[in-house]
Structure formats: C-alpha cells, structure tokens
Write a protein that binds this ligand. Structure first.
Ligand code: AMP
Length: 428
C-alpha cells in the first residue's frame, strides 16, 4: 500500500516545506510592476510577499517579522510603488524607509530603483560618511522616495533640507537592530516628523521588545501582524562547529582553518572594530586576499570592501556585526566567528550570511574560555548543542600564554602541509 507523502512527513516529524500558492498576479500589483517582476526572474511571491503585499495595498499598517533574505524589501517596495503610481511625482517626499546601516539603506534604494524602473518616481539615498552636497542637490530637485539611516536623515531635517510632513508611507526596517545600535531617540524623532495623518506605517523587526511594542502602540493604527517565522536555528544547509581554543591561539587556528578550506568566500566576524582591523592586517601579512569592513572606516572604503568581496576580488571579508544583518551576498560559503557574539541573535544573523538559497555553507566559531557563557546562551536560543571540534595541534589552553603577536617585522609563517587550494589561491 502506498503511504501518502503527508503521512510520511508526519511520522518522521519533518516539517513540510512552506509552499506559496499565490502568484504575483493574485497580489493585486499593476501590470507594469508584474512586467518588472518577470524581468527580475521572480516566479512566485515569497511567503512574506504573499502575505504583506495585499495588506499594504489595502492600506493597512503592518508589523512584519521576517529576516533579510526572505524577499522582505520587495514585500514593501512593490506595493508602495503600486500605491505611488498616480503621482504627483518629484514634488514631495511621499515614502520614507529607514534602516540601521548604510549598506542596508543602499540595498533598499537599489531595489526601489530596480522595481520602479518604469515609474517617473525618484529615489534618494541618505546616509552619513559622505558629503552633504550631492544629497542636498538631489533633495532640492524633488524626490519621491527616501532610503536613509536615522542620523543623516535627522541632520537633513535639522538643516531644513528635507520636509517629512507629507510622508504617506513610512517603513522602519530592522527596527530591533536600530534600537540595539542606540537609535531609539532618533527613530522616535523621525516618526514625530512624519505628521501626515493619513500615513501608512510598516514596521519590520526580527524580535519585538518592550520598546518596539511602545513604538507600535503609539504610532501604528490597528496593525496587521505578519510572522513568517524567524529562524532561530541556522539553516539546515549550514554545517556549524565550535572550536574551543586558548584566546592567544585563535589567530593560528584561524590560519589553519583558512588553509584547510576549499575554495569559496569567507566572512570572518570580530566583535570589535580594532580586532577586525588586526585580524585583516595579519591575514594580509600572510598573503590572504582579504578586505575589512566596520563602521570606523570611511564610506568610500566600506563601499570598496563590499564591492571587492561581492565581486570575488577579495575572498575574505573581516567584519564586525555591521555585516551580520541585511547584507545579501549569495556566494558566501564560510562564516568564521573569530569572537563569539555577545548577543545570541547575532549568531543566527552571522551564520545566516552563508547557506543562503539552499546552498551549502560552513560556520566555525572559535571559543575561548571566557566566551563559554556566550556560547551557552546561543545554544539555548537555537535549542541545540553545536558540535565541538579540535584541530590537531590546537589544544584548549586555559592558562594565558604570553607570546608575541604577529607584526610586520616578524618573518612570515611557513604554510604547513595542510596548505590547500584555497590557501594558495589567496596569494596577492
Ligand atoms: P531581501 O530579503 O529583501 O534582502 O531579498 C533577498 C533576495 O531575494 C534579493 O536578492 C531579492 O532580489 C530576492 N528576491 C526577492 N523576492 C523574490 C522572489 N519572489 N523570488 C525570487 N527572489 C526574490
């Protein structure tokens, strides 16, 4: 007797894949946008799109829990472009999207430009780290849609180079991250500046803390909640491992890991900006082809780093958690947590940079003794024990060992016999 598929899944306790039966046509988007969507190669709406687009089109405020990588940007950009379609154009700011990082704001702008390619609407990106002049000129020529980070946006409000009183669509993306980064006051000020009574407000956040609940209660009208299930466990396509190691041996272990890896792209996460700089410098000294990204770098350098990493010109990106969220880089095969993240959710976000779109990925976390408690919290959060591994020659050293850190004057460490294709390819 043939056993039905659903019964087999139930018996094996395997969750059924989420299937969206809706087509983009069913969402109510106009023909022009449907053509753009087709040109992008999107066949069907993702779950967040299938649920959000009709609600946004019907004028509802929305609270969305969805991670980057789920098609969240299109879930709000497409219906907003539909709602803006009758103009007026280039007269006033009608849509404002705020996000935590410059890179995320830039990605949002790019998607509005892409989906709005057939619309006369103008999109402007506002973030810090670049001169005001070009932004002022763009604003004075009339823009319809703004993608911004909170600080620079408020500077423009203060300088009266922008007026938010006409904003009809306010989107707050990655709100939990914005609050983590200390933007609570800025976010509140921005909302207060968006005084249009007919404003529709959309809020996206992985988690909803008490502060976020207050923002929702005070600023959203009868919102619809859309929760497509934040994954608090790494994607099943990611193999993740923990390496217990003495703090001072971390760099040597990192080198051994990098030399063992097959070809691909790696993001190495460090907790501190100077730590990221140091690891990148040491890797470069060993002729690894790497680039670095953190918030102390100039905007130009941040953009260059990201461009080089995305294009494959650099195979390693050493970064702080600024790169753990929002960045959509399809080709990352390895994530290494040089430091264990202090906030457990950041582990999931960091690991989420690999194993995207059902591709396989590896995630290694180097854990020193004083980081064990962070690891415990992460394991509690994701509800599983992360397998531990030890590389030959690397023991878990509990006593601090004083040794000189690599410096420019030290001779280069000879590659050992484990040197792999990956290591060799990274020579400058
Ligand atoms: P996001 O979650 O907005 O960062 O989107 C992640 C990636 O998914 C982006 O590269 C989008 O272009 C892509 N994407 C968005 N919607 C769809 C869809 N319906 N089908 C296929 N890819 C999509």
């Amino acid at each position: 007797m043939e056993v039905p598929y659903k019964v087999v899944l139930l018996f094996l306790n395997i969750p059924r894949p989420k299937i969206t039966y809706m087509t983009f046509k069913d969402t109510g988007l106009n023909a022009e946008l449907l053509k753009v969507i087709e040109a992008c190669g999107f066949e069907n709406p993702t779950p967040i799109q299938a649920q959000s687009i009709p609600q946004i089109l019907s004028g509802k405020d929305v609270i969305g829990s969805a991670q980057t990588g789920t098609g969240k940007t299109a879930a709000f950009a497409l219906p907003i472009l539909h709602l803006l379609k009758d103009g007026p154009f280039n007269e006033k700011v009608r849509c404002l999207v705020i996000g935590p990082t410059r890179e995320l704001a830039a990605q949002i702008k790019e998607q509005f430009v892409l989906f709005g390619s057939k619309s006369p609407s103008k999109v402007c990106l506002l973030h810090g780290g670049v001169p005001y002049k070009a932004q002022n000129e763009a604003l004075s020529s009339g823009v319809d849609i703004i993608a911004a980070t909170p600080g620079r946006l408020l500077d423009h409000v203060k300088n009266k180079t922008i007026d938010l009183s006409d904003v009809e669509y306010l989107v707050m993306d990655e709100v939990d991250r914005m609050l983590d980064m200390g933007f609570i006051e800025d976010v509140t000020k921005i909302i207060r500046k968006c005084t249009n009574k007919n404003r529709q407000t959309l809020l996206f956040s992985a988690t909803v803390s008490d502060s976020i609940k207050r923002i929702i209660a005070n600023n959203l009208k009868d919102p619809v909640e859309i929760n497509i299930g934040i994954q608090l466990s790494p994607a099943s396509t990611v193999k993740h491992e923990v390496y217990p190691i003495g703090a001072l041996q971390k760099f040597d272990l990192l080198i051994a890991l990098m030399e063992n890896m097959k070809e691909g792209s790696t993001i190495i996460f460090c907790r501190m900006k100077d730590g990221a700089d140091r690891v990148a410098r040491w890797l470069k000294e060993r002729e690894f082809n790497c680039t670095v990204m953190h918030s102390n770098l100039s905007q130009k350098l941040r953009e260059e780093s990201l461009r080089d990493f995305k294009s494959g010109a650099a195979q390693i990106l050493v970064a702080t958690d600024i790169a753990s969220r929002g960045l959509d880089i399809a080709s990352v095969t390895h994530v290494v947590n040089y430091d264990v993240p202090e906030h457990s959710e950041d582990y999931v976000h960091r690991i989420g940079r690999t194993g995207r779109a059902q591709k396989e990925g590896d995630a290694a976390t180097l854990v020193a003794l004083d980081e064990m408690s962070h690891l415990d919290s992460i394991e509690k959060l994701i509800g599983m024990h992360i397998p531990q591994r030890r590389l030959e020659g690397f023991n878990y050293i509990q006593e601090p060992i004083i040794r000189e850190m690599p410096s420019e004057n030290q001779p280069r460490r000879r590659r050992n016999s484990r040197s792999s294709q990956f290591g060799r390819r990274r020579k400058a």
